[in-house]
Design a protein around this ligand. Structure first.
Ligand SMILES: Cc1ncc(COP(=O)(O)O)c(C=O)c1O
Length: 365
């Protein structure tokens, strides 16, 4: 059965748009998953049918991101937010310090949690600049003896994104990639740990992907609860307890869709084209639209901007909503406008939105 409802232009920041073909396939397989006579949600997580799904998802992710063999892939729960605690709990050893690069609200939250477990400090912060920029690599201050350096690769709320990652040498580099994983090629070997809540580029909420260098596990603290130890999940192929099986299945389908699109190179090219449509309107608006992020730090996933007054912003948001553009209001903590143009947001949606922006300026400029 085909979906017969009109699909909306979904610019939500997360949970966000999923590829239509993935939703349709999930719908078709919902009540009888590949001849099992039951839904994937009803399969035992110990069954061969589920295990095949689980392992296929891992191999797809490994292939798409070219994850080297000395890394483990985990499917955890508790969102990216639980990683804010698990990381220092496992890797902030006593007598060591951990450094955090502050580029927005999510870095602040990660930093706040780490403080509960040991000594932490800020390697750099762009807070004074209203988080408009990513700090220059040469401005990062950290020690080679640090337990790790933590960064947020794309800042969902402020709309900035790291273009080049720091070379931290002996210091394990840890990145929250919730907002841009799978949106562009990355060199996984630069990172000791990457984590991402699924609900933006990977699938529905409920699964958190963690990619971790095996060597890092050797240095982990041991006196922590079983479920919060990475080694528990590594040693049990993320099946120590019942995993979010439906979310993992959906993640696999999204990864299959990325493969069908031509892989991450092709997705990255499209993401650039999509974001350009909107940034061009901002840049050519003579100040009618004011981009929040500095040009060099702009995110290709979350495009943040303001209009000249709150009143005009309200009108813009209300008309955008009427035209069927969903989720273009900024995060509740900073207001303004934001279009999240994740992998599954079609080019046509971005084109229509950019045309709407031009028309709105014509009538209100
Ligand atoms: C960059 C980033 N990190 C962390 C989070 C928190 O993720 P979760 O809701 O999965 O805990 C978000 C949520 O939007 C995010 O955008």
């Amino acid at each position: 059965m085909k979906l017969d409802i009109q699909r909306t232009y979904n610019f939500n920041a997360g949970p966000s748009a999923l590829p239509l073909s993935v939703l349709e396939k999930a719908q078709a397989e919902l009540v009888n998953f590949r001849g099992t006579g039951m839904s994937v949600m009803e399969l035992s997580h110990r069954s061969a049918a589920y295990e095949e799904v689980h392992n296929l998802v891992k191999s797809r992710l490994k292939e798409l991101l070219s994850i080297p063999d000395d890394y483990e892939i985990l499917f955890l729960q508790g969102g990216a937010s639980l990683q804010f605690s698990m990381i220092p709990m496992n890797f902030l050893q006593s007598g060591k310090k951990a450094s955090y690069v502050m580029t927005g609200s999510w870095s602040e939250k990660a930093f706040k949690e780490a403080k509960l477990f040991g000594e932490v400090y800020q390697a750099a912060s762009t807070k004074e600049d209203k988080y408009r920029t990513i700090p220059k690599l040469s401005d990062l201050i950290f020690d080679q003896s640090d337990a790790y350096l933590h960064i947020t690769s794309s800042n969902t709320i402020y709309g900035t994104q790291w273009k080049v990652f720091p070379d931290t040498e002996n210091v394990p580099l840890i990145a929250d990639m919730s907002s841009d994983i799978l949106s562009r090629p990355i060199d996984v070997s630069k990172f000791a740990l990457i984590y991402a809540g699924a609900q933006k580029n990977l699938g529905p909420s409920g699964v958190t992907v963690v990619i971790i260098r095996k060597e890092l596990l050797e240095q982990a603290n041991t006196n922590i609860p079983t479920m919060l130890k990475y080694s528990t999940h590594v040693n049990n192929n993320s099946l120590y307890n019942t995993p979010p099986t439906f979310g993992i299945y959906m993640l696999g389908e999204v990864l299959g869709w990325v493969q069908e699109q031509g892989g991450i190179q092709e997705i990255a090219k499209r993401n650039e084209e999509k974001a350009k449509l909107i940034y061009d309107v901002i840049d050519q608006s003579n100040g009618f639209y004011i981009g929040h992020a500095d040009t060099d730090s702009r995110s290709l996933m979350n495009i943040t901007f303001n209009l000249q007054s709150e009143e005009l912003e309200k009108k813009f948001l209300s008309e955008a909503k009427k035209e069927g553009f969903v989720g273009v209001n900024g995060h509740r903590s900073i207001g303004g406008c934001r279009a999240s143009t994740y992998n599954a947001v079609p080019y046509e949606a971005c084109k229509s939105f950019s045309e709407f922006m031009v028309q709105f300026q014509k009538h209100n400029g």
